[in-house]
Design a protein around this ligand. Structure first.
Ligand SMILES: [Zn+2]
Length: 232
């Protein structure tokens, strides 16, 4: 008898060709991802963008203010410049001196504008690198696979008892061991008791028990409840 369940969606026999379940799963995953991640992704994006923007603005500010300073220094070094400023661009000096001064001033201003444009451009072009940097500061942490919240999710509150995946696995292992020891006519291996304690009391604290090879048929002391499984 084929014990594998029929397709949960179309009720056809479970075959690799029936795409219903994996299609539905894909949709469910996408929807769950949206529910779980959209708000967080938006929050992360806002955080990254605002820090990146602030960094770019600060960097541009440093570049352009250094440039403005050196332009001011250069202008201050020109002959007659202080008189020119003092008389708001109409200094009482001979046109022979005024004309070259005006040319130097407007050239310096044009230089400054070109420089500021270049500073802005080079700052903005750094966005990819700066965004990468701030995204790299965001930590994504998955819980430990042995965390109680992973092993025993609290679905019992949803109206049915869920013993968690750990129990299922441990029970299956125990069943296998029982079957094996029945077949081999030997008692349960001596590590049974230790593992039993571990799985009940310490399951949450460490890695899952390492499978051990079957113990040679002999006369180890079986754990108390092993007798129930042997028809003694
Ligand atoms: Zn189907």
């Amino acid at each position: 008898m084929d014990e594998s369940p029929n397709c949960a969606i179309c009720n056809g026999p479970a075959t690799p060709e029936c795409p219903c379940e994996s299609d539905r799963l894909q949709i469910a995953v996408k929807q769950a991802e949206d529910r779980a991640m959209q708000a967080r992704l938006q929050e992360i994006r806002d955080w990254v963008v605002s820090h990146a923007r602030q960094h770019i603005l600060n960097a541009f500010e440093r570049l352009s203010s250094a440039r403005k300073q050196s332009t001011a220094q250069y202008l201050g070094s020109l002959p007659y410049y202080s008189v020119y400023v003092q008389y708001s661009g109409r200094p009482p000096i001979h046109p022979m001196h005024l004309a070259p001064l005006q040319a130097q001033i407007s050239e310096a201003h044009a230089d400054l504008k070109r420089g500021i444009d270049a500073d802005w451009r080079s700052s903005v072009l750094r966005y990819p690198e700066v965004l990468d940097y701030f995204y790299s500061l965001v930590e994504l942490r998955l819980p430990s696979p042995t965390s109680p919240r992973v092993m025993e999710p609290p679905f019992a509150t949803a109206g049915y008892a869920d013993a968690g995946y750990g129990h299922v696995r441990v029970k299956k292992e125990k069943k296998k061991r029982r079957e094996r020891s029945e077949r081999e006519g030997s008692a349960a291996p001596p590590d049974y008791a230790r593992e039993h304690m571990y799985t009940v009391a310490g399951r949450m604290r460490g890695p899952p028990p390492v499978p051990t090879p079957p113990i040679q048929p002999g006369y180890p002391t079986p754990p108390p409840n092993a007798y129930y499984n042997h028809g003694y």
